[in-house]
Design a binder for this molecule. Structure first.
Ligand SMILES: Cc1cc2nc3c(=O)[nH]c(=O)nc-3n(C[C@H](O)[C@H](O)[C@H](O)COP(=O)(O)OP(=O)(O)OC[C@H]3O[C@@H](n4cnc5c(N)ncnc54)[C@H](O)[C@@H]3O)c2cc1C
Length: 394
């Protein structure tokens, strides 16, 4: 077991999960967050059953279950006709098969639960205003180079610093993330502002030509999360820019008014232009490893980026517990995570193209094929993803 703490760059969901998982293995860590406060954006997040495997491993299962809304189904609607294409029931048979429920939560609530657990743990040291610029290592220890401060030394360094990871830039040097050209707008509204005929207990996806709308309840049904996306070939990455409702409306004029009304009910819309990267194999350099979006940023179409970051954390802690030499532990971590996460990155792109955004004949094929599946057939197709626990390599 390495004696010095392991440094973790980034205190998002991935970084905090990594700290909790290492603590479970008896390993101290120091979380270095660039912002002046730990926090998450004000929006919802879907949690597949695999997230609950991770919560239990990290010791926050009960708290995470308390704050979640358990949706009854994943519902796919045709945004042109306003008819249901299919739904996947998330009731008892689903939970039995996957080992856990499917739920939606507010990101800030989830992050808050993790932060509280980290702050209460004696093996976790949380520091804000620490921007990690890069690293040096000598085979026995790692120095994190921190902006405007002396370097910090640890036995290892975990890069949980997200999509634009500085550590990845040094380690992999594969340029900026790939800009997808898909623009996403997000809003959270009180439930009373949600059209009554759409207050469904479902994670609902309206799929239309080059656009889609997602909505689901949040915060014990006090709020609804709205996410609408338009494939408008936006050329540059953008994160969290406030925009007017008129700008949001622009990409959705061609879909059914029943779906489109969601945009009118949203407020304080913010814009993101989504990015991902091609999967890579080498995430580890000696005592330094990538985790979460720093390792495998993905489009949101399988709703799994944070779930994968937490699975990474579970695997990291388990490997550190199993291998006394840190470099060996990190290599085992990498080997167990590469294929599964690459599958999710690639699957997210495919689902975006073939389920979320097709038109014409492709959309008819989607409707016919997906509409014909039984719940049993759905469960067979998705069990690899939702039944995972971070330790299975696929
Ligand atoms: C529209 C949208 C919807 C999504 N929906 C879902 C969903 O439903 N389910 C799901 O599982 N996932 C979803 N995701 C993906 C998910 O949000 C991310 O995969 C996840 O938040 C990644 O966590 P992370 O901790 O790896 O990175 P981040 O959340 O990006 O955290 C990185 C942290 O590191 C800090 N940081 C950055 N650089 C430095 C530095 N140099 N030094 C120190 N600190 C630094 C940042 O301030 C931040 O706190 C969605 C993503 C998008 C865009």
């Amino acid at each position: 077991m390495p004696r010095r703490p392991i440094l973790i760059a980034g205190g998002g969901i991935g970084g905090l999960a990594a700290a909790l998982s290492l603590a479970r293995a008896g390993q101290a860590s120091v979380v270095l967050e660039q912002a002046s406060q730990f926090g998450e954006i004000g929006a919802g997040i879907q949690l597949g059953p695999n997230a609950f495997h991770s919560f239990d491993y990290l010791g926050i299962g009960d708290r995470a279950r308390e704050g979640a809304v358990y949706v009854d189904k994943l519902r796919l609607m045709d945004a042109k006709t306003a008819e249901e294409i299919c739904h996947i029931p998330l009731d008892e048979p689903f939970r039995r098969r996957m080992g856990n429920p499917y739920a939606v939560v507010h990101r800030a609530d989830l992050h808050g639960i993790m932060l509280e657990a980290c702050a209460a743990h004696e093996l976790i040291d949380l520091r804000t205003r620490h921007t990690v610029l890069g690293y040096e290592q000598d085979g026995r220890k790692v120095a994190a180079l921190v902006e405007g401060r002396e370097p910090l030394t640890g036995s290892g360094l975990i890069a949980a610093d997200g999509l634009n990871s500085a550590i990845r830039a040094q380690m992999v040097d594969d340029g900026p993330p790939r800009v997808s050209g898909h623009t996403t707008y997000r809003s959270v509204i009180p439930t009373e502002d949600m059209p009554e005929d759409l207050r469904w207990n479902a994670a609902t996806l309206w799929a239309g030509p080059k656009c889609h709308i997602v909505h689901y309840p949040l915060k014990g049904w006090q709020a609804f999360n709205l996410v609408v996306t338009y494939h408008n070939h936006a050329p540059e990455a953008v994160a969290g820019k406030p925009v007017s409702k008129d700008e949001v409306r622009r990409g959705f004029e061609h879909i059914h008014p029943r779906a489109r009304q969601v945009i009118d009910h949203g407020k304080d819309w913010k814009l993101w232009v989504l990015c991902d990267r091609d999967p890579i194999v080498d995430w580890v350099d000696g005592r330094v490893a990538l985790l979460g979006d720093a390792a495998h940023p993905m489009l949101q179409y399988l709703a799994q980026g944070a779930c994968m970051a937490m699975e990474d954390a579970v695997c990291l802690g388990a490997m550190v517990a199993d291998h006394s030499d840190l470099e060996t532990a990190l290599e085992h971590y990498r080997a167990r995570r590469v294929v599964r996460t690459a599958r999710v990155v690639m699957g997210s792109r495919l689902v975006g193209d073939y389920v979320y955004h097709p038109d014409g004949a492709q959309a008819l094929v989607r409707n016919a094929v997906m509409g014909a599946r039984t719940p049993q057939e759905w469960y067979d197709r998705i069990e690899w993803l939702y039944g995972g626990n971070g330790l299975d390599p696929l």
